[in-house]
Design a protein around this ligand. Structure first.
Ligand SMILES: Nc1ncnc2c1ncn2[C@@H]1O[C@H](COP(=O)(O)OP(=O)(O)OP(=O)(O)O)[C@@H](O)[C@H]1O
Ligand SMILES: [Mg+2]
Length: 413
């Protein structure tokens, strides 16, 4: 992710998408709609009033924004607020009523259909909520689909598709039929298909909204990893502010076709522009009653067993800058903590003859999946080793490193 941007520092070269005074009105419009648009802009009528008075539906009401190269730009708002309409104007799936959309310096609103097609195929990828996969084709066949249309030679096609499949974590599933996959996996296929064409711009419309909460969170985490690897400009649509805050470098909040605020996650949370945005923000702070279950991560890199080689464990702790590891038995039951300094002195003393069992210290801090964030913070303050999260059978289900707890806390403010 990038740093929050200062609009005065941008050279237009760095701007990938510029939207200027964009209007989309659905319905029978007068031949020259400008004066009507001016009226709509100055007289403050609600969408319902406009529909009643003019028989027109406002999709987008004079939207202005600029998206910088490499940015994840989130468009957030309630259902019907105009998010999809904006995205469809970006690739001209629908024609704006007025205003300009400029992509990489080219005015999309004035482009010939042929140039537009080339631009969309070569520079833009799309991911939607309903994955639009061909159920009777395999994962690999679905991912190569877009490349076939672009007439990319077969060997190259397969190579690009396999790379994309690997990026979304589906290696090994290439030959499965899409109808055999879960929703989360189908969504990955959709993402892989968009990535396979190596587009500079990704448009994602409610890409994760159909997934159940745990899979959704997992996809969001993977999305964050992915954006660090691939250098793409991403327009991400969601009606979930929580998701927007987590994924976006900046967020545009929409209401009734208008963009009511554009800002970094911090801006939106700390300085909501109006009562509408404030309402969204207060709703998330209410639901942000998180527990260990929401913060837990895979314990793998933090654990060791009594059979491990002491010297490599010490090296690992040095390399990772870990002060200690959690020791588990072969049933995943946690035994305690192996502190780096204790291990080092033992190795200095006894060399290879070190018995790890003698070094296990019992002061491990355990929590369960329902422990609340307040308690987690209090516990984490007592230790430099991750908290051990136990499942119902008291096996190690995961860890919460202090750093991720602090990060989460910072995001919750
Ligand atoms: N093709 C269309 N014809 C007429 N009205 C439309 C059309 N497409 C969208 N609208 C209207 O434009 C407004 C914005 O719709 P849009 O689909 O952009 O909202 P959205 O924010 O994407 O909503 P959702 O979260 O439900 O997807 C709505 O009032 C919708 O009814
Ligand atoms: Mg929509």
């Amino acid at each position: 992710m990038m740093q929050p941007m200062d609009p005065h520092e941008n050279s237009s070269r760095d701007l990938t998408i510029v939207c200027e005074n964009l209007w989309k009105i659905f319905g029978e419009l007068p031949k020259d709609p400008d004066s009507l648009l001016e009226t709509l802009d100055t007289v403050h009528l609600s969408k319902e009033e406009i529909l009643e008075k003019y028989g027109l539906t406002v999709g987008v009401h004079k939207a202005n924004f600029q998206i910088k190269k490499g940015e994840v730009f989130v468009i957030m708002g309630l259902s019907g607020s105009g998010k999809s309409t904006i995205v469809r104007c970006l690739n001209r799936l629908i024609r704006p009523t007025s205003g300009r959309v400029v992509i990489q310096g080219k005015d999309v609103t004035r482009m010939t259909s042929r140039d537009l097609r080339t631009l969309c195929r070569e520079k833009m990828g799309m991911v939607f909520q309903n994955f639009a996969l061909v159920p009777t084709r395999t994962v690999l066949q679905n991912v190569t689909l877009g490349l076939e249309i672009r007439k990319i030679p077969k060997t190259q096609r397969l190579q690009k598709a396999r790379e994309a499949i690997q990026l979304v974590g589906l290696s090994g599933w290439e030959d499965k039929y899409c109808k055999q996959l879960s929703g989360g996996m189908q969504q990955r296929v959709g993402l892989a298909r968009a990535l396979a064409g190596d587009p500079e711009i990704l448009l994602m419309d409610e890409a994760f909204s159909a997934l159940d909460p745990l899979i959704r969170k997992q996809m969001q985490d993977e999305f964050l990893k992915l954006v660090r690897i691939v250098d793409k400009t991403i327009v991400f649509i969601t009606h979930d502010l929580d998701e927007g805050l987590k994924l976006g470098d900046r967020i545009a909040v929409m209401k009734d076709g208008r963009i009511v605020q554009i800002g970094t996650p911090e801006d939106i949370v700390m300085h909501p522009a109006d009562a509408y945005v404030a309402e969204f923000v207060s709703a998330i702070s209410r639901t942000k009653r998180e527990t260990a279950r929401d913060l837990v991560s895979d314990p793998e890199e933090w654990v060791c067993t009594l059979d491990d080689d002491p010297v490599s464990l010490l090296e690992k702790m040095r390399d990772q800058d870990y002060l200690g590891l959690l020791v588990i038995d072969d049933q995943d039951n946690p035994l305690g903590v192996l502190y780096r300094d204790m291990l080092r002195s033992a190795i200095d003393d006894k060399g290879e003859a070190v018995a790890l069992l003698d070094l296990v210290s019992k002061d491990m801090i355990t929590v369960n999946q329902h422990t609340g964030v307040d308690e987690l913070v209090a516990q984490a303050a007592r230790t430099s080793i991750p908290l051990a999260v136990l499942d119902r059978k008291n096996r190690l289900a995961g860890v919460i490193p202090r750093s991720s707890l602090l990060k989460e806390l910072a995001e919750m403010i």
